[in-house]
Write a protein that binds this ligand. Structure first.
Ligand code: ZN
Length: 318
């Protein structure tokens, strides 16, 4: 009798601990405004994009998720399609792709993910980048390079179809790739990737500490924005019309991350291994940029609404 009482007490204690843990975890998904400083981002950097430069979107599919999993305070019944959209920047000095979305082997790629991620990934396939380019009369050989915002699987899946096109990464992301953790397993499974490492030899840019001006005319400028991964970047694309874009990668997953602002839920940040302080700094800068320069359109990689104003390849805007 006494033994039964003790067992019941232990079970009640365990039950209470589990309930407290679940409540604590759910609280990490609730709204919590991120307190970020207003940054002086300086003057609008000059750009002299050539007349022949343009931008196009190449949608390759999407992953179904929920706002609650995208940013703190998002609703659980607010279904969000996470876009997997590559950008093509055509430029007389060389055409560049920014990220690659889903490739033709995406089913295999998803099967290679950790079990939990595999089970929680519901995705829809569109046309892979290589096939879209072919449909518009272009081949991978027409690309001068692919700029990766970072090396996660959903940004590199399409690289599998692009042969030995140079893959442009900064030193920190190359180190992250070479560390061969689970985070970069897919990229490391591709044979003979032709990495082209670049340096941030240029000065400060819109609040970021340094920059890399790809063609030397201010039209495509990469800045370090670490945090989501050690070598994550933002790519600024400045068009002849004066329209400017900032491809944010996964600094935030949906626009609310900048607008509210709000960080990703704690559980997701820990699973990814993000550096919270760095991401907060990036968000502070991007938020200050968008307040001061509304002509710069922010493109969180997985927010389809942000890409709507960019024509789909072979259409383009300049
Ligand atoms: Zn990512």
């Amino acid at each position: 009798m006494r033994a039964i009482k003790i067992i019941l007490r232990i079970l009640a204690g365990l039950f209470a601990v589990i309930i407290i843990a679940i409540v604590a975890l759910m609280l990490t998904f609730t709204a919590s405004e991120l307190n970020v400083a207003r940054i002086d981002v300086g003057d609008l950097p000059p750009a002299s994009p050539p007349a022949g430069m343009s931008i196009s979107a190449l949608p390759t599919g999407s992953i179904e998720s929920k706002a609650a999993l995208a940013f703190r305070g998002g609703a659980w019944n607010d279904i969000r399609q996470f876009s997997m959209t590559a950008l093509l920047v055509r430029h007389p000095k060389g055409n560049l792709l920014i990220d690659t979305g889903f490739g033709k082997n995406v089913d295999d790629h998803v099967r290679s993910l950790p079990a939990l991620l595999q089970k929680t990934t519901t995705y829809t396939k569109d046309t892979p980048v290589a096939a879209q380019l072919a449909g518009g009369g272009m081949t991978p050989g027409d690309l001068a390079g692919v700029i990766l915002t970072h090396a996660h699987w959903d940004h590199v899946s399409g690289l599998d179809d692009l042969g030995n096109v140079p893959v442009m990464v900064d030193a920190a992301e190359k180190g992250f790739i070479d560390a061969k953790t689970q985070n970069t397993e897919l990229l490391n499974s591709f044979n003979n990737i032709n990495y082209k490492q670049y340096e941030f030899e240029g000065g400060p840019y819109l609040g970021f500490p340094s920059s890399h001006d790809v063609w030397g005319d201010g039209s495509v400028v990469i800045v370090p924005a670490p945090g989501h991964t050690p070598g994550s970047v933002v790519v600024f694309v400045n068009l002849p019309s004066g329209t400017r874009y900032a491809a944010l990668g996964d600094m935030v997953w949906q626009m609310e991350g900048i607008e509210l602002p709000a960080e990703k839920p704690w559980l997701l940040r820990r699973l990814i291994g993000e550096d919270d302080d760095q991401v907060h700094k990036d968000i502070a800068i991007m938020r200050s940029i968008s307040k001061k320069y509304p002509q710069i359109h922010l493109l969180p990689a997985h927010d389809p609404s942000a890409f709507r104003m960019i024509p789909v390849f072979p259409q383009s805007a300049n």
